[in-house]
Design a protein around this ligand. Sequence first.
Ligand code: DX5
Ligand code: ZN
Length: 229
Amino acid sequence: MSFDRKIKIAPSILSADFANFGQEIQAIEAQGADWVHVDVMDGHFVPNLTFGPPAVKAFRPHVKTVMDVHLMITPVDPYIQAYADAGADILTAHIEAGPHIHRTLQAIRAAGMKAGVALNPGTSAESVEHLLDLADLVCVMTVNPGFGGQKFIDMTDKVRRLREMIGDRPIHIEIDGGVDPSTAPLVAEAGADVLVAGSAVFKGGSVENPNIYGENIQAIRTAAERALS
Ligand code: DX5
Ligand code: ZN
């Protein structure tokens, strides 16, 4: 995985047809997705439950781009190796998931993956200051995690602050929650490069009608890039 700060659209398969993940992943990649975002929820750290390592492993052969796995679970450490074995390229853990995020990020890299740290809306940019040398990605949540389709919470100041703190380090800033063509420009302008979008990508489309996915992805990308020009 090479590093760049170009805008990347990462559809969240939380909004896909759960009975048809393989074809849904193929459809979004064919329609221009840069990464595939996989939301793992445990019904404990967040009030919703999705899937675990065996399902993620089953997604892997369908993902030709980057499999970006977002863990909304606690504890994290006992499951790191299972997600490495499942083929995650990036594994992101929440700073709020336990007292030892520093150790968690080290363990994710030691297992051969890129390490991401996610921040809930109530968590400050400064909380990652001493983690930046261990992180390949900072995920700024712009909703309270747990569900797709929620309203965007403006975290533009936090993104701007993180972008300053990161400087020249090769660390992605990812935005997760409520991203659509109207909110994407705000976060792109502030310095984010990875835009996760679930409902705004999948709405109106299907594997039988995948062009809609393409139009939705392009609309988000165009809006974000326009804010940078
Ligand atoms: C929220 C998840 C998100 C979610 C985004 O808990 O982490 O990835 O699927 O969905 P939208 O884009 O619909 O807000
Ligand atoms: Zn997510």
